[in-house]
Design a protein around this ligand. Structure first.
Ligand SMILES: [Zn+2]
Length: 434
């Protein structure tokens, strides 16, 4: 079935100007893009934008823990380490596989309604996350969070984590063209150094991507030098992370852009999570300086319990404003760079090819935006990116499409039962807190 978007503004993170025209989707792909004065092609369904709608690539939430939607609001306003140790980890210990399934499904509802077409998730019981993603029809990049701990039945917790992660890869990587799987060592302070090297070797040998929390807080900077007697940059080099393709570092708040002047970091992607980092008081990464370096930069929300939204549009606006304020420069973190980070860069980092830009032949993962709103008066081809990032919000999302198929349209979910999911999520939440 072909869907024609007639007379819409077409914008992505690599277009200096939006294009007003027609975009035809067929067989899950963007079949053609034509200027507004061309005759619109035939299609089974027509969305007539009348010059009052925009199409963006769907957002890629490049770092989250979806099922943590169930833990939203727990332990507010305490620092990361205390928050994890006293609030989050004890609550997570009570989560059943079913809880994780329903928590993830509720997070997917929130992400679809805010224009997200792909999310990168690190958690446990990842089979449940994979199932929830496939049932929803949303794209996902999955990894099993690998952490150290007491051995179970004589097998180390790290070994068990690696085994589960590899099973996840064998079973789900590439499934229905929607899923990719990475290795998920949690962080330098939860994975011993030798194990980390081993996991990076597996990543390299088997060409499996790797998703890792790195330098989220200043405390971690000190931990690496005290515990491993090396600098964080040396840690990246000695574990092999800088030489391994497909490595994604979540946060990187305390990474220093000058590192990129002496060491090749071009294979890495750093995922900026501005709201979570602000809310947990972790600091502000120097994004504007990183934008001048040869390194991948994507955008994520982190889990809903530290954000507390799963709203990539909100993340875009926060990132764009935050860095202008911190650097006292209105030119810092330009709107178009932020849009590219929120879409194309995340897709690329997690191994999704031909996704995240609006180009003929590319996959039709789209967000449809209603421009018929007071805050878009004056938006045109030249300024649409700044209207989107600074004036718009996810409340403007009219529809979210993955692989050419609507998953959310005009407030209705096409594949998910919202009432059932919310009911089950509320029940799960009650059980965790009881
Ligand atoms: Zn995280």
């Amino acid at each position: 079935m072909a869907t024609l978007f007639k007379d819409v503004y077409i914008l992505d993170g690599e277009r200096e100007r939006a294009q007003r025209g027609h975009l035809l989707v067929s067989k899950g792909r963007i079949q053609s893009i034509l200027d507004a004065d061309a005759a619109p092609p035939q299609a089974d369904k027509v969305v007539d934008g009348g010059g009052r709608m925009a199409l963006l690539p769907g957002f890629v939430n490049a770092h989250t823990h979806a099922a943590m939607a169930l833990l939203r609001g727990l332990g507010e306003e305490v620092a990361l380490k205390k928050w994890l140790e006293e609030k989050i980890w004890p609550a997570e210990a009570k989560l059943t596989p079913e809880d994780i399934y329903w928590g993830t499904a509720s997070a997917i509802l929130e992400m679809l309604a805010t224009g997200t077409t792909c999310f990168a998730d690190m958690y446990f019981q990842m089979e449940c996350v994979a199932r929830a993603a496939l049932e929803a029809g949303i794209r996902a990049a999955l990894c099993r969070g690998i952490v150290t701990g007491p051995p179970i039945d004589g097998i180390s917790k790290i070994d068990r984590g690696i085994e589960e992660n590899l099973k996840l890869f064998d079973r789900w990587h590439g499934r229905e063209g929607l899923l990719t799987v990475q290795l998920g060592p949690h962080a330098p302070y939860t994975v011993p150094l030798d194990d980390m090297k081993r996991i990076v070797d597996i990543s390299k040998d088997r060409s499996i991507g790797l998703h890792f929390h790195f330098l989220e807080t200043e405390w971690e900077f000190g931990y690496i030098s005290d515990e491993f007697k090396m600098t964080p940059l040396a840690y990246l080099q000695r574990t092999g992370l800088t030489e391994t393709p497909g490595v994604v570092l979540a946060h990187g708040v305390w990474m220093n852009p000058v590192w990129a002047d002496s060491v090749d970091l071009s294979q890495l992607t750093i995922v900026h999570n501005p709201c979570s980092n602000m809310k947990l008081g972790s600091g502000v990464m120097p994004l504007d300086t990183w934008l001048d370096k040869n390194v991948g930069l994507a955008l994520g929300t982190d889990g809903a319990s530290s954000n507390n939204r799963l709203d990539m549009w909100g993340e875009m606006r926060s990132a764009a404003l935050l860095h202008k304020g911190v650097t006292r420069s209105p030119a810092g973190a330009p709107a178009l760079d932020i849009l590219r980070m929120a879409t194309f860069e995340g897709a690329r980092a997690f191994g999704f090819a031909n996704k995240g830009l609006l180009r003929e032949g590319w996959v039709a993962d789209l967000a449809l935006v209603d421009l018929d709103q007071p805050h878009y008066v004056g938006a045109d081809e030249d300024n649409l990116a700044s209207f989107i990032v600074y004036a718009g919000s996810s409340a403007d999302i009219r529809g979210t499409m993955v692989n050419g198929k609507w998953l959310y349209k005009d407030g209705v979910y096409t594949c998910l039962d919202k009432d059932e999911i919310l009911h089950k999520a509320r029940e799960a939440r009650k059980a965790i807190l009881s």
